[in-house]
Design a protein around this ligand. Structure first.
Ligand code: 7RM
Length: 658
């Protein structure tokens, strides 16, 4: 074994005057491939030192006593124990000395005709403090759960930070979920407050968020207060004593609020995500480890200069919006942009208009958006300048070669490195990615693990694939600061879901390949999770919803390749109903009600029977092949209980409409 005695000392350092301008302490930035290698080795061989040095560049109200403890067997994982900090001190207060007048947030509204909003660090600090005081005035205290069901308005970002400032636990629910899905999450975390909009603007549509909230709250006794951020001004119901208008409260509130001293392992937020079984899981992220991970990964992956402008197009309702709209950029003292609208409103040039309007340098989006815009034709992008762009990012699903090439050529004009960032709600931040302009970008490869991340490829018998180039199920070998610490209220489910398939390892649910040089290519989920337009959807959840239909006897839902969405949803059902089109409509509205419009099936097929094993299990592998149109490679079906079901389904498939 080669033992490296390397320390961080010869990392190239950002010039001191640059740093003092930013108000940050001296910090290390990886600036070459060799540097990266050294940092990666160091992060594993001298893990404790490595993270101490990084953590010390942040502000603590009480220094930490130890770096990390716990492992993937005891699952009592703790980082920076004994320390106290507040993530908003590090996002906001820390920058006031040198960057008070630097732009912190630029908000671009849904309609290009409406005024944008810009807040400096000073102003954002004041807004967050006002919001914190409003929360306190309404009884919110440390440890309380506050649920956000909002569109992308500035108060979503300031509200989340306000929770963090006073130690309340935020749980953001994406505005595309239904009342029932919202209620499920509120009930699970026993939220005492919901913050919503009257309505959301979304392209040419409006979404009645308050109405949906009211419906959800019929079954949520824990909620005592609802704050409503008026956006469209539509007339909505206010329930006496429970509901309040947010904006007048903010206006009247004091703009100073001291940060709550949070222990390193105190909860910061809960975010729900779908898995292969059961209801959505509330992943819990804690204060210090998440903070360090969001900050450090943002810094190393995006490699921003002081005057650069960063825009991530995600919604704060997803983890990408938590780590890379809110926390990561602000922890680094950068300017973050927030966009309320959609890529195609008023037309498919909107993203590029925004890039030109503000001179965005760093642009981070999802493959599904790239493919959707690609399908609208090159004129929308070729008619724009885009000369400000320096770095492009991709996240949420595997990026196919065609989309990668289009992004590189039409958007990046072949002069912007692309960072394809692989990570999950569970990981808190980026795990595998190139570092912009520092390590190589390779089409369709997320490439290299970040310092602190040791990926493993294992086969289905749990054998680690040691050879340089290999393929297998992607696991992570050891804890990293940003990992979720538990599933809210169900630590056993956390163990079962992530650490039982391969004991002693974290199993991601993804498959991956590794090339000779150690670059990873993520091939997609190997479990019953499908990724539709970058949204994680559990097939079991969709099946449960479908099975609520009185005419459905049984169902099986699988993903299939979809040119824009990445994966589409294909539902096979056994039903007494005859008419597939009517059934598809009914199931669409049922799923919209139970989960939300994002989980609507693209195809519904009424089958005479589902292929089953002799023990009665549905053979999803075969259904996936049929859904993908790969009927020549079904493999051996003779051992099935009912091989004839396969032929029947294939015959019917030809007539299925989207
Ligand atoms: C950040 C986020 C996680 C799942 C993950 C993968 C897929 C995400 C990439 C990717 C290939 C990528 N969190 N995924 N990023 N697959 N390349 N760069 O999306 O919890 O919502 O989803 O998304 O399958 O397991 S998530």
């Amino acid at each position: 074994m080669i033992i490296s005695f390397s320390t961080n000392t010869n990392f190239s350092r950002i010039k001191l005057h640059e740093l003092s301008k930013r108000g940050l302490k001296e910090m290390d930035r990886i600036t070459s491939y060799e540097n990266y290698r050294e940092a990666w080795n160091n992060s594993h061989e001298n893990s404790q030192d490595y993270w101490r040095r990084i953590a010390e560049t942040y502000q603590w109200s009480r220094p930490f006593d130890s770096i990390s403890s716990g492992d993937f067997s005891d699952l009592e994982i703790k980082w920076f124990e004994g320390g106290q900090t507040n993530i908003t001190t590090n996002c906001l207060d820390r920058h006031l000395k040198h960057s008070a007048n630097k732009k912190a947030l630029i908000w671009e509204p849904n309609s290009p005709d409406e005024e944008s909003i810009t807040l400096t660090y000073q102003e954002l600090h004041a807004e967050v403090c006002r919001f914190s005081n409003v929360l306190k005035e309404h009884g919110i205290k440390k440890g309380d759960r506050v649920c956000f069901y909002m569109s992308m308005v500035p108060e979503l970002l300031t509200g989340v930070l306000a929770c963090a400032r006073i130690g309340a636990i935020h749980s953001v629910v994406f505005g595309g979920f239904s009342a029932q899905a919202l209620a499920g999450r509120i009930i699970d975390c026993e939220a005492v407050m919901v913050i919503t909009n009257d309505e959301a603007y979304r392209g040419a549509k409006t979404i009645p968020l308050k109405e949906i909230t009211d419906l959800a709250l019929e079954t949520c006794p824990s909620v005592k207060t609802v704050l409503v951020r008026e956006r469209t001004g539509s007339s909505i119901n206010y329930k006496e004593g429970r509901d309040h208008k947010l904006m007048p409260l903010l206006k009247a509130a004091n703009s100073k609020c001291p940060p709550e001293a949070m222990n390193s392992e105190d909860p910061l937020f809960i975010l729900y995500t779908s898995g292969s079984t059961g209801k959505p899981k509330g992943l819990l992220h804690t204060t210090a480890g998440y903070m360090i991970w969001a900050a450090e990964t943002f810094k190393q992956v995006f490699q921003m200069q002081n005057d650069d402008l960063y825009w991530c197009t995600a919604d704060i309702g997803w983890i990408t919006g938590h780590s890379y709209i809110t926390y990561g950029p602000l922890l680094n003292g950068q300017t973050t942009m927030m966009f309320e609208g959609t890529p195609t409103y008023p037309d498919a040039g909107r993203f590029w208009d925004i890039v030109d309007k503000y001179e965005v340098t760093h642009f981070y989006t999802a493959p599904t958006a790239i493919r959707a815009l690609q399908a609208c034709g090159p004129e929308h992008v070729r008619s724009k300048s885009l000369k400000s762009l320096k770095v492009l990012g991709s996240v949420g699903e595997p990026i196919n070669d065609e989309a990668w090439q289009w992004y590189n050529k039409e958007v990046g004009k072949e002069r912007c490195p692309i960072v394809d960032t692989w990570w999950q709600t569970e990981t808190g931040g980026i795990m595998i990615s190139s570092l912009a302009g520092v390590t190589e970008s390779i089409p369709t490869y997320a490439t290299l693990p970040l310092p602190g991340v040791k990926p493993l490829l294992v086969d289905s018998d749990a054998n680690i694939q040691d050879s340089k180039s290999a393929e297998g199920n992607l696991c992570i070998a050891s804890p990293w600061p940003g990992m979720a610490r538990t599933i809210w209220g169900d630590h056993e489910r956390y163990r079962q879901t992530y650490f039982s398939t391969y004991p002693g390892k974290y199993f991601t649910g993804d498959g991956a390949k590794r090339d000779e040089k150690g670059n990873y290519r993520i091939t997609g989920r190997v479990d019953d999770v499908i990724n539709v337009s970058g949204h994680r959807i559990g097939t079991a959840e969709v099946e449960d919803a479908i099975n609520e239909h009185p005419a459905v006897v049984e169902s099986a839902v699988v993903g299939y390749p979809h040119p824009i969405k990445g994966q589409g949803i294909y539902a096979f059902i056994i039903s007494s109903a005859q008419d597939e089109e009517i059934m598809a409509k009914e199931l669409n509205s049922l799923i919209t009600k139970i989960i939300g419009p994002i989980a609507k099936p693209d195809k519904v097929q009424i089958a005479a029977a589902l292929p089953k094993t002799r023990s009665g299990k549905i053979m999803r592998r075969i259904l996936r092949k049929i859904a993908a149109g790969e009927i020549d490679t079904l493999g051996d079906i003779s051992t099935l209980l009912n091989p004839e079901a396969v032929d029947q389904i294939i015959k019917q498939t030809a007539s299925i409409k989207e």
